[in-house]
Design a protein around this ligand. Structure first.
Ligand code: 5IU
Length: 493
């Protein structure tokens, strides 16, 4: 990088930004709908070339700390800054389009680059980090390496930390922090002490998250470049049940779990018999069965053995460890004696997981059956109150217990670790988009390709055909099996 002899104090830039009305104080409605007492609009400075130049030079010392071949400005505001830095210091630039061109080459990335080139992202300010992430995703999809970004102002609303997330891993450098800027404006008498406290308080209590849809896209992007077959994933699994599940999925060419939400034993056994050849898992809710008996459980187990599928009781444990142990091992249902897989909520904390681990160990010692647990990271129902950071906590819990946590019941990707499975309910082919009681449906393709499902869970879409002819039942279940499996295989292309 050429030496930069253009030295201008950053606070003089801040003062001029304030004078030119690029920093505004008052009441502003943001894109998100939230009212903010401050508004930063660096777009206006394209009409103030001297200020633009002085602002751009603030990036230079930080650029010296980064290793890169190319620079890329986040559209639109930072394009001007990136262009100045590119031409002034002879750094080749690439440009990301915000919208794909409808004609010509349909390129989303303009400029000359080679896979493996390192790109430094230039941005004007960061709040959640979403804009930087969007640009980084496009660059990474083109085979470019993104490790660093530089922003002029860090709004201190969580963006820098958001981008440190292990799935994203971008280090963001900032020329100035929002609080430093406000303190300077207060000390110089441009804003009152009262205004400064109000604005600082507002910033502190308005953390900005990266939208789940974008995060999901990220996990899928990372995934598609490292797509693995079920066989490969079986080899990476540390727990025997997860390993067996991936092996079954590869062998049966199926990623289908049927949810046997039926209320009598006879119908469930009929479903297991008919669905058995096409599924890798049958999910039960034993507490909805009117005539449950351990004899039924044994017959179901025999069918699972004959047709080679896993039994999953969707029990959703959510109590303190000692109660969960009793719920799992005892009562009318004695789940530990016949189910392979159960699931649990994280809300009660690690005691619950430890309780299940102890029970699993004790039982496996006696009967050497493989057992596993899924963590609930999301729910498919509309308006559910599962917090956004639940999925991250689920992942943390899973990596602490890879010997018996098989994966997640999820609606978006929790992690890119191929050893953990993502299973997604709320799947149905047809016109139903919901069931009027909160359930939300999507197609097998959407579940696998957009929501990150490795395995789809289908209830009414399949069991509604149980009373139809055997052919009709079979045609329908094969359709689910093929669409779910093909969606996974298509991801590798
Ligand atoms: N199930 C969900 N959503 C969830 C979880 C479990 O639907 O988030 I966790 C269960 C409920 C039902 C099955 O047993 O999956 C879905 O059945 P339908 O495909 O009939 O909606």
């Amino acid at each position: 990088m050429a030496n930069d002899h253009h030295s201008v104090d950053i606070f003089s830039v801040i003062r001029r930004l304030y004078e030119y009305n690029a920093l505004k104080f008052g009441q502003f409605k943001l894109k998100s709908g939230i009212e903010s007492p401050v508004y930063i609009d660096l777009r206006t400075i394209i009409s103030q070339p001297d200020l633009m130049i002085d602002l751009c030079h603030q990036y230079v010392p930080l650029m010296k700390q980064c290793r890169f071949d190319l620079i890329c400005g986040v559209p639109y505001t930072a394009l001007t800054m990136a262009t100045y830095l590119s031409t002034k210091f002879r750094h080749p630039m690439v440009m990301r389009r915000k919208e794909t061109k409808q004609h010509g080459t349909k390129q989303i990335l303009e400029g000359v680059y080679q896979r493996g080139n390192r790109v430094l992202i230039i941005e004007d300010l960061i709040s959640s980090g979403s804009s930087i992430l969007e640009t980084a995703l496009t660059l990474r999809q083109a085979g470019l390496i993104v490790t660093d970004a530089i922003v002029f102002i860090d709004r201190e609303q969580g963006g820098i930390r958001n981008l440190q997330h292990s799935d994203i891993d971008i280090k963001v450098h900032s020329c100035i922090h929002f609080s430093e800027m406000i303190t300077y404006l207060k000390d110089e008498g441009h804003i009152t002490g009262e205004k400064s406290s109000e604005v600082l308080e507002w910033i502190q209590s308005n953390y900005c998250a990266i939208p789940a849809t974008l995060h999901n896209q990220l996990a899928l992007t990372t995934c598609s470049s490292s797509w693995k077959s079920y066989e490969d994933r079986a080899r990476l699994c540390q727990n025997p049940l997860g390993k067996r599940l991936f092996e079954l999925m590869a062998m049966k060419r199926s990623n289908l779990c049927v949810s046997a939400d039926l209320t009598d034993c006879q119908s469930i056994l009929k479903l297991a018999e008919l669905a058995g050849p096409h599924i890798v898992m049958l999910k039960t809710h034993v507490d909805i069965i009117d005539d449950f008996s351990m004899d039924f459980a044994r017959r179901l187990r025999d069918l699972a053995k004959n047709h080679n599928f896993i039994l999953f009781e969707d029990r959703k444990f959510a109590d303190i460890g000692s109660t969960v142990q009793k719920q799992y091992a005892g009562g009318l249902f004695r789940l530990s004696e016949w189910t392979d897989l159960i699931n649990a909520h994280l809300l009660p904390g690690p005691g619950l997981i430890e309780a299940l681990r102890q029970e699993f160990m004790a039982r496996s010692f006696k009967d050497s059956q493989q057992r596993g647990c899924l963590l609930i990271s999301h729910l498919s129902s509309q308006g559910n109150l599962v917090p956004v950071d639940y999925a991250q906590e689920a992942y943390k819990m899973a990596i602490k217990n890879p010997d018996f946590i098989v994966g997640f019941i999820s609606q978006t990707k929790v992690c890119t670790d191929p050893a953990f499975i993502h299973m997604t309910p709320g799947v149905r082919i047809g016109n139903e988009k919901n069931d009027k009681l909160g359930q939300q449906y999507t197609t097998p393709e959407d579940a696998v390709q957009n929501k990150g499902a490795d395995l789809i869970i289908v209830g009414r879409g399949i069991i509604s055909k149980l009373d139809s002819s055997c052919e009709e039942f079979e045609t329908n279940i094969i359709l689910y099996k093929q669409r779910g499996y093909n969606a996974y295989i298509n991801l590798c292309q």
